[in-house]
Design a protein around this ligand. Sequence first.
Ligand code: RB5
Length: 152
Amino acid sequence: MLAIASDHAGFDLKSEIIEHLKEINVPFEDLGTCDCTTSVDYPDFGLKVAEAVASGTHDRGIIICGTGIGISIAANKVPGIRAALCTDTYMARMSREHNDANVLALGARVLGVGLAVDIVDTWLNASFVGGRHQRRVDKFADIETKYSKTHT
Ligand code: RB5
């Protein structure tokens, strides 16, 4: 199950991507926001998807804000999240193959709908290749451990 969320700036692109996910039969849960006119804070929606993926209730996520930058920064603060901001299909494929990205971040004010949908398809269809890349991905967790504080 895929979790998807956006802020107000990403709402219209989120709606387009949701229509596409329905067409290709990818199960998803929409975690908001619910319209493009009410201004909301992108960290709140990056956190929703990040917590859904990190907790295991959802196996991957898509997050969208105006640039994709703020919402990806927020999601990447959650341990276990590897959110990749992708602006082309090569980045989308590599983020899966080399970085084992579990969250895809998109910028609604940066991408056209057609390219965004291609990025989503590429990302959903690519797989982590492991090997030497596993060692590097493991080092993400080492960094999280080094800087972790007790969470209550
Ligand atoms: C909202 O205006 C905008 O700042 C937000 O969508 C995002 O681009 C932040 O990184």
